[in-house]
Design a protein around this ligand. Structure first.
Ligand code: TXA
Ligand code: MG
Length: 366
């Protein structure tokens, strides 16, 4: 399949949006930008079109898709029995980086929900996403636009890397602002539960609703099965194994470990903030540095792109620097821990111990 590339900086924007919407109406798959990550969209009420998304991504058949809408009124025909909590979240945070799990109406084909009685619905705030949904005249089913198992794409180039030749077209609307996927909240439980942390933070949800639960599976507890089926897969992972430093002396111990690894002849990747990066040895051959700037917003925005870049630079392993879990930190730490396969070190001034995981190379733990 020849994938059409629509660059929206071009002055033919209107024509391009029209062509993309026609593809959706015609049952084809189109990638488009949202404020979180790029999505891989198809007509959410057309089962055969939705099946093409699974084929393009290589997505496991038991992992449901979420529906994207451009008008809050859509909840009336796509969902049933909306809870008061759901209504409060719709009023407060939509449009925005939030997906609500609600009971589905009979309109929604099983291909979207993989047979579940519930569906995820989200109203993106990105103008291109909203316009595509409106012009297509249907809710758009869309997962992130990566091949299954790879980090989500946050720019059209990363989408093309995974999807060229597999889908009808890619709408290039530039870089995504937030950079990690939407917060998923299950509103069918008496106390709403965060199934995946994202741009609408735990603190924002608690402020609006009072109590909010967090799916314990997010912390990598092996015995607990995540309530969002997609959260159980190894995900967000670069090819090289990754080890994450957390704790009060994370940066200092990470710097020490980088020196030791280089001295032992390794080519080591480092994922850290700019301040830490400035303290690392300059040796592009031995030390591949990916730094995200200073703030947690910077980290969220650049994380997936930096993880993808490691796949081109091929370090033997990657040492990552953890951040605290306030605000966007909960979402980024969830992605970093998964990228590290929950190989996590706890660093204090006295030394480094294992928080979780097993396969630590060399003398990383002392
Ligand atoms: O920001 C986002 O949410 C992006 C953009 C494109 O909108 N989309 C996205 O979709 O991240 P996806 O498919 O990559 O992740 C959706 C997650 C999966 O983990 C899936 O298992 C979960 O939502 N999910 C979907 N329907 C569900 C349901 N009925 N109950 C529980 N989890 C559900
Ligand atoms: Mg995804």
């Amino acid at each position: 399949m020849q994938t059409i590339y629509w660059d929206l900086k071009n002055n033919e924007r209107d024509k391009f949006m029209d062509q993309a919407a026609l593809c959706i109406k015609d049952g084809q798959v189109v990638a488009f930008p949202t404020e979180t990550v790029y999505g891989l969209g198809a007509d959410g009420l057309n089962g055969a079109a939705v099946a093409k998304i699974f084929a393009a991504k290589g997505r496991p058949a038991d992992n449901p898709l979420i529906l994207h809408i451009a008008d809050k009124k859509e909840f009336d025909r796509l969902a049933v029995d909306l809870s008061a909590n759901a209504r409060a979240l719709i009023d407060t945070f939509m449009p925005g980086p939030l997906t609500l799990i609600v009971k589905k109406s009979s309109l929604i084909p099983d291909e979207v929900t993989t047979g579940l009685p519930t569906v995820g619905i989200r109203m993106p705030s990105h103008p291109v996403a909203a316009e595509l949904i409106r012009r297509s005249g249907c809710p758009i089913a869309a997962p992130s636009a990566n091949l299954s198992g790879k980090p989500s794409p946050t720019n059209a180039h990363d989408v093309a890397e995974d999807m060229d030749g597999r889908i009808a077209g890619i709408l290039d609307g530039g870089r995504c602002g937030i950079g990690v996927e939407s917060t998923i909240v299950d509103t069918t439980t008496p106390i709403p539960t965060i199934l995946r942390p994202g741009g609408v933070t735990r603190e924002m949800l608690e402020h609006r609703l009072g109590a909010v639960d967090i799916d314990p599976a997010l912390y990598g507890v092996q015995a607990v099965r995540p309530k969002a089926p997609g959260m159980k897969y190894r995900h967000y992972a670069p090819k090289a194994p990754m080890y994450l430093y957390e704790g009060p002396a994370a940066a200092a111990q990470l710097i020490k470990a980088v020196h030791a690894a280089m001295q032992a002849g390794h080519r080591v990747g480092v994922l850290c903030d700019q301040v830490t990066a400035a303290q690392l040895p300059e040796n592009a051959n031995r030390c591949v540095i990916a730094s995200w700037g200073l703030s947690k917003d910077d980290l969220a925005e650049h994380l997936y792109n930096l993880l993808r870049a490691f796949d081109h630079q091929e370090p033997e392993f990657i040492l990552g620097l953890g951040v605290d879990e306030h605000g966007l930190g909960l979402a980024t730490m969830n992605r970093m821990r998964k990228a590290a396969g929950f190989n996590i070190l706890w660093a204090t001034e006295d030394g480094v111990s294992v928080k979780s995981g097993t396969n630590f190379p060399g003398n990383m733990v002392k």
